[in-house]
Design a protein around this ligand. Structure first.
Ligand SMILES: Nc1ncnc2c1ncn2[C@@H]1O[C@H](COP(=O)(O)OP(=O)(O)OP(=O)(O)O)[C@@H](O)[C@H]1O
Ligand SMILES: [Mg+2]
Length: 468
């Protein structure tokens, strides 16, 4: 019962019924008024004609009047009263005369004009009765010599109104029924489309058929827009789903490689008796693979946390200048091994609001890349500055640079420019995607500019603390 169709139809029916009823009442009242005025005018006119056709000096019904009244005998009754209230004449269709009421008499005598009232006939029938004076002028004064009356049955008038009422009820019911029927047909048509859409949406959801799309109705109405919006949502879901699947495949592949190497080396070592030196070598190699694996899982965990909205675990005041010094100090060992020097230029503090561990990870990843991918003898410079409400850290190296076609993909997960070279350092291509995820979580932006043979510059821009 609580369906959209039911509620809409109920609302529409109630509304139409109220509107039609109000209209009907208005029409009936107006018509009743008009009919009443019409009847009154008729009896007044006839009474007036009668008064004029009567000889005023000695009121009496003229013979020709009988025929005039005869023609109308079904509807009109006429009477003539003398000034004493004595009945002079009455039409033949009136069995018992209607009495000349005191009210009519007084009203006519004082106003010298007509009087109209509703009176009850002897047989109980209601009649509308007009009384007008029969008079003549003597010495400039009006002398009333009698009363001319004309009456009509109220029943006649009621019959006309009854017919009108019947038509109003029939018309009203027909209107409500027609509105209801048309609304039902239209609704059924629309709701069929909605039902079909929700059925396909259900199938898509239940069976995970993300490739399928809803049917978009040809007419460009609300339903078509809804279907299009839903399809756009499906497009985005499908894209997200594909990305996730690719990520999973890449992650499994990256995890499998060191495991395969590990297994191969152990199997070869176990094939026959080895010397202590041989075993040490195998174990050392195994340790390298395990380090690669733990770094990879650590990076995957960092990404998963950032995806889950936990990129900023703590909110504290972090001075990026101090953090750069710290990162340079921690990576001094790697810098020494790579033969690449690190220079920090951080003249003033640049304080941001964020998670110091996450921000250290960002800077360390960028510096690590610069150290790794630059040839010996080159240098890495970290510059910290504040620019219009933002704290900016630039990590610049004078290494080989990155070809322009790779730049748009650099922050994608598992993307490496030179796979072989990256793997040499145990890189899986996650470093920069972690950088981007964490910087975005802090409300900042990271960008890259690079020229082959000249070097690369990564720029991290974070909102300065206190300014949003
Ligand atoms: N400073 C740089 N100079 C030259 N190439 C770079 C530089 N930084 C990054 N790259 C290129 O971008 C790729 C992606 O870097 P990213 O840090 O995401 O992955 P990775 O260093 O290969 O692996 P991971 O950081 O997960 O250990 C690298 O493989 C490398 O080819
Ligand atoms: Mg890296």
């Amino acid at each position: 019962m609580n369906t959209f169709r039911f509620r809409l139809l109920l609302g529409l029916t109630v509304l139409t019924t109220v509107a039609v009823a109000a209209f009907g009442v208005f029409v009936h009242l107006t018509a009743a008024d008009a009919v009443r005025a019409d009847i009154d005018r008729l009896v007044q006119d006839r009474a007036f004609m009668l008064s004029k056709a009567t000889y005023a000096g000695n009121p009496q019904l003229q013979p020709w009047m009988e025929s005039f009244l005869e023609s109308d005998k079904q509807r009109l009754f006429v009477q003539l009263y003398g000034i004493e209230g004595n009945l002079i004449a009455k039409s033949a269709n009136l069995a018992d005369p209607l009495p000349l009421s005191e009210a009519a008499r007084r009203s006519v005598e004082t106003s010298h004009a007509g009087h109209t009232e509703t009176v009850t006939r002897k047989d109980g029938e209601l009649v509308r009765l007009a009384t007008v004076p029969v008079s003549f002028y003597r010495d400039g004064r009006q002398q009333i010599t009698g009363f001319a009356q004309c009456a009509v049955l109220v029943r006649d008038r009621e019959a006309r109104l009854r017919t009108l009422r019947q038509w109003l009820v029939i018309g009203g019911v027909a209107t409500v029924a027609a509105v209801w029927l048309v609304a039902l047909l239209l609704l059924n048509h629309w709701l069929r489309t909605v039902d079909a859409a929700s059925e396909s949406a259900h199938l898509i959801g239940a069976q995970g058929r993300l490739r399928e799309r809803l049917f978009v109705p040809p007419q460009d109405d609300e339903l078509a827009r809804l279907a299009r919006t839903f399809n756009e949502l499906l497009d985005r879901l499908e894209a997200a789903h594909t990305t996730q699947q690719r990520f999973l495949a890449d992650a499994s592949h990256e995890l499998r490689t060191p495991l395969t190497v590990l297994r191969g080396e152990i199997e070869v070592a176990l094939r026959r008796e080895r010397t202590g030196e041989d075993y040490r070598e195998v174990l050392q190699s195994a340790r390298e693979e395990i380090e690669r694996l733990s770094k990879l899982t650590e990076n995957l965990l960092a990404l998963a946390r950032a995806d889950a909205g936990e990129g900023v675990a703590a909110r504290e005041q972090v001075d990026l200048s101090a953090l750069c010094q710290e990162v340079a100090r921690k990576l001094a060992g790697l810098s020494g091994l790579a033969g690449v020097t690190i220079t920090v230029s951080a003249p003033t503090p640049a304080v941001v609001h964020g998670d110091s561990v996450a921000l250290e990870r960002v800077l360390a990843n960028l510096v690590e890349n610069a150290l790794r991918y630059s040839p010996r003898g080159e240098g890495v410079t970290l510059t910290v500055a504040t620019e219009s409400g933002a704290a900016v850290v630039r990590v610049r190296d004078t290494g080989p640079g990155i070809p322009a076609e790779h730049l748009p993909h650099l922050f994608e997960r598992f993307y490496r420019v030179d796979k072989a070279r990256s793997r040499e350092f145990g890189g899986a291509g996650l470093g920069l995607s972690i950088v981007e995820a964490l910087v975005t979580a802090h409300g900042g932006k990271v960008s890259v500019a690079s020229e082959v043979g000249q070097g690369t510059e990564f720029c991290v821009r974070l909102p300065e603390s206190g300014r949003g």
